[in-house]
Write a protein that binds this ligand. Structure first.
Ligand code: NAD
Ligand code: UGA
Length: 459
């Protein structure tokens, strides 16, 4: 079956970039990305490409090429569903905040709403593609809703998890390590394969059964997060023993069985997915009574929480055990460089910890907007909004953020921070001038020569 029209429900960090690349590579297919969020859709349609709702290097050029040709962004969900031969579900699947499984299980209400709406609207057969990350066996739920509430038309459900990382989304989409398709119906699998074959070599397209595909996504994220927690746990041991975590990472990474990637010690992993997907994996394991399995993966999250707390504590302890009334500049708020996404960013938790100690924080991030930073703190409900606004300011300029600061904490590894005039920064700070490098971004020798007291994770 040749697909002529695709609809994608959810125009977020996955739906937007993924569909942009699919449209770019398949100019003969009409791709419509829909969302209930009017502001988001307006931003996707904005003439000014700097106003796209997602910041990703290279995304603007892909949108420029395909938008209006065969790529469309719309709030008309019903129309897009009705017309499509293939529908990608790319909505959010956050951790549940209520009821059974609160704080662990994935909240599938948005997925279920999509399935119900597809069933209600569809008058022709369709292939439904799970792009969102979901618990293993969700395809059975989707299929059951479609078959019981639909108009008797035929639906095939495929699992096609997304492996892009933010900040490198376009490169990841254009040159993926692999595309994973899980399904039962060979015709439906082939229809989705055809779309990817427009640019992905055949040997990189893996097909499995539905459950392997769904589970592989959770497992991939769990393994990646585990590597970060593994090296972060060793970073604490390095600090205690005089070893250097970068040297250890390099030495072990040369073993081809271990590999060198994803071994950068940090203030802790963030992002919308690692914690959510690990929690979900733990929840699923427990629901099958596999408590040892659940405990094993739970520890990855615990080390991550510990790393964030430990970094905040290090700042307090180094600054003579009190940060009350002291100004600490935060360089970076995003959960990693080259994205404006702040979900679960370590910066939020480190800030919250220091604000509890009455520190004054000034944040500079090149891509994150002021209102987002306050929203992230508000979400924690640790104090009132006016208290957050009194204690934390957001600076437009990094030098302004660092002016009169007692200490600087580096929370995101933005490249531009390396090229700052650190001499000028030091001159304008209170002395002794501390730098706490949560990303191991700067050069210790250079900073110490300039007279900073420099602390980096894992040294
Ligand atoms: P997001 O919150 O950025 O976007 C989801 C969008 O779906 C929102 O704009 C929301 O308004 C919309 N939506 C929700 N319900 C809807 C409905 N019924 N109809 C229309 N629109 C609806 O989320 P995201 O980061 O794009 O993640 C989406 C999924 O992809 C999640 O399951 C996530 O785990 C997975 N994923 C994310 C990444 C990533 O890097 N962010 C990578 C791989 C997989
Ligand atoms: C991650 C995965 O890498 C993607 O494959 C997956 O599709 C995605 O989650 C998802 O499902 O959402 P992402 O969270 O965007 O992508 O970014 P990563 O590069 O994985 O970084 C995650 C966090 O780990 C960041 O805070 C990063 O700074 C941290 N990290 C990463 C480290 O601290 N050290 C490392 O060596 C690598």
């Amino acid at each position: 079956m040749r697909i002529k029209k695709i609809a994608c429900i959810g125009a977020g960090y996955v739906g937007g970039p993924t569909m942009s690349v699919i449209a770019q590579k398949n100019p003969e297919i009409q791709v419509t990305v829909v969302d209930l969020n009017v502001d988001r859709i307006n931003a996707w349609n904005n003439e000014n490409l700097e106003s796209l709702p997602v910041y990703e290097p290279g995304l603007d050029q892909v949108v420029l090429e395909a938008r209006g040709r065969n790529l469309f962004f719309s709030t008309n969900v019903t129309k897009a569903i009705e017309e499509a031969d293939m529908i990608f579900i790319s909505v959010n699947t956050p951790t549940k905040t209520y009821g059974k499984g609160k704080g662990q299980a994935a909240d599938l209400k948005f997925i279920e709403l999509c399935a119900r709406q597809i069933a209600e609207v569809s008058t022709t057969s369709k292939i439904i593609v799970e792009k969102s990350t979901i618990p293993v066996r969700t395809a059975a739920t989707i299929k059951s809703i479609l078959d019981h509430t639909g108009n008797g038309v035929q639906f095939h459900v495929l699992s096609n998890p997304e492996f892009l990382a933010e900040g490198t989304a376009i490169a990841d989409l254009q040159n993926p390590d692999r595309i994973l398709i899980g399904g039962e119906d060979q015709g439906a699998i082939q229809a989705l394969k055809n779309i990817y074959q427009a640019w992905v070599p055949n040997e990189r397209i893996i097909t499995t059964n539905l459950w392997s595909s769904e589970l592989s996504k959770l497992v991939a994220n769990a393994f990646l997060a585990q590597r970060v927690s593994s090296i972060n746990s060793i970073s604490e041991l390095c600090e205690a023993t005089g070893a250097n975590v970068d040297e250890v990472a390099h030495a072990i990474g040369q073993d081809s069985r271990i590999g060198s990637k994803f071994l950068k010690a940090s203030v802790g992993f963030g992002g919308s997915c690692f914690q959510k997907d690990l929690l979900n994996l733990v929840y699923i394991a427990r629901s099958y009574n596999l408590n040892e399995v659940a405990d094993y993966w739970d520890q990855v999250i615990r080390i991550n929480d510990h790393q964030k707390t430990r970094f905040a504590e290090k700042i307090i302890q180094s600054m003579y055990n009190t940060v009350n009334g002291k100004k600490i500049a935060f360089l970076g708020w995003a959960f990693k460089k080259n994205t404006n996404d702040t979900r679960e960013s370590a910066a939020i938790y480190v800030a919250d910890h220091l604000l509890e100690e009455q520190a004054k924080i000034a944040v500079f991030d090149p891509k994150v907007q002021k209102h987002q930073i306050y929203k992230d703190l508000e979400y924690l409900q640790s104090r009132t909004n006016s208290e957050n606004e009194y204690l934390l300011e957001v600076a437009e300029d990094a030098y302004e953020a660092c002016k009169d600061a007692h200490g600087i904490a580096i929370l995101t590894e933005w490249d531009e921070f390396k090229d700052f005039d650190w001499d000028r920064i030091k001159d304008n700070m209170k002395k002794p001038a501390f730098v706490f490098d949560g990303r191991k971004l700067l050069d210790r020798n250079r900073l110490e020569e300039l007279g900073f007291i420099y602390y980096a994770i894992g040294e």
